[in-house]
Design a protein. Structure first.
Length: 168
């Protein structure tokens, strides 16, 4: 069992940690979540047959990322309440480089489109792997990815237009 786990870890740790980073935009949180995914796989190695598969790892990742989103939302609400009660102004975070700007645009997309973009370009999964994870055919993945790319392209054009207007 240890050999199988070691092979699973070597094969998929970078994919899972990259997927976690793409969803959380924080390296420390991504590493924590990726570690938690593999810890869960190890704990459940005798309980479920499909524990050592990519779909199981992604499913677990999604659940843990969802938990992190909920934690962040609770924290943000506390901060907003504190800022409101203190009467302080709000601040906004602006991405300084193009990579962060692109990540921000992708983060603003619908979850299904965002997921496809992350899987295809950051995690470099094959269309076949994506189809298995999403429970659809490779053809459906191709069509959905084409639509997601078109939406991202429109967002990028819109952001460039706004950037052009805001430049001195």
């Amino acid at each position: 069992m240890k050999r199988e786990f070691d092979a699973l870890f070597r094969t998929y740790y970078s994919v899972i940690s990259t997927a976690a980073y793409n969803r959380l935009n924080d390296l420390n949180d991504a590493e924590d979540v990726a570690s938690a995914v593999f810890s869960a796989a190890w704990r459940r190695r005798h309980e479920e047959e499909d524990t050592f598969t990519l779909p199981w790892l992604y499913s677990t990742l999604r659940n843990l990322v969802g938990n992190e989103y909920r934690r962040r939302t609770r924290t943000l609400r506390r901060v907003e309440r504190l800022v409101g009660e203190a009467g302080a102004g709000s601040s906004t975070h602006v991405a300084n480089d193009e990579h962060e700007g692109l990540r921000s645009l992708i983060a603003s997309m619908e979850p299904a489109d965002r997921e496809l973009i992350w899987m295809a370009y950051w995690e470099e999964l094959t269309r076949e792997e994506m189809a298995v994870l999403l429970g659809c055919s490779e053809g459906a993945v191709r069509v959905r990815l084409l639509r997601a790319r078109k939406k991202l392209s429109a967002l990028m054009r819109s952001a460039q237009a706004v950037e052009g207007v805001n430049r001195p």
